[in-house]
Design a protein around this ligand. Structure first.
Ligand SMILES: [Zn+2]
Length: 94
């Protein structure tokens, strides 16, 4: 997995969560290596909420986090959103 960090959060912190979640969701190591997770600050009306976007069967996932201090962000929710988007990459739809 490649992580592209477009936020003020520390990349190694985001990666610690992402690597752990990815291992649970995608069992194929080859597919895991292809994954690109891009983390951005949310904008517009959703800027205060953690949310994400990924295409079913794709390799790229985008996760948006609030721009405020990381101490205020729900880490469980962050992991849930990562898991949801990784599941799309695995081929699940909703
Ligand atoms: Zn979805």
């Amino acid at each position: 997995m490649k992580l592209v960090n477009n936020t003020h959060w520390q990349t190694r912190h985001l990666k610690a969560f992402a690597v752990r979640v990815l291992r649970d969701i995608i069992d194929d190591p080859g597919k895991r290596r292809q994954v690109v997770l891009r983390v951005h600050h949310g904008r517009g009306k959703h800027r205060g909420a953690i949310h994400g976007l990924a295409y079913v069967g794709g390799t790229k996932a985008d996760v948006y986090v609030p721009a405020r201090c990381c101490a205020d962000v729900d880490k469980i929710q962050l992991c849930r959103i990562m898991a949801h988007e990784f599941a799309h990459l695995r081929g699940l739809s909703n």
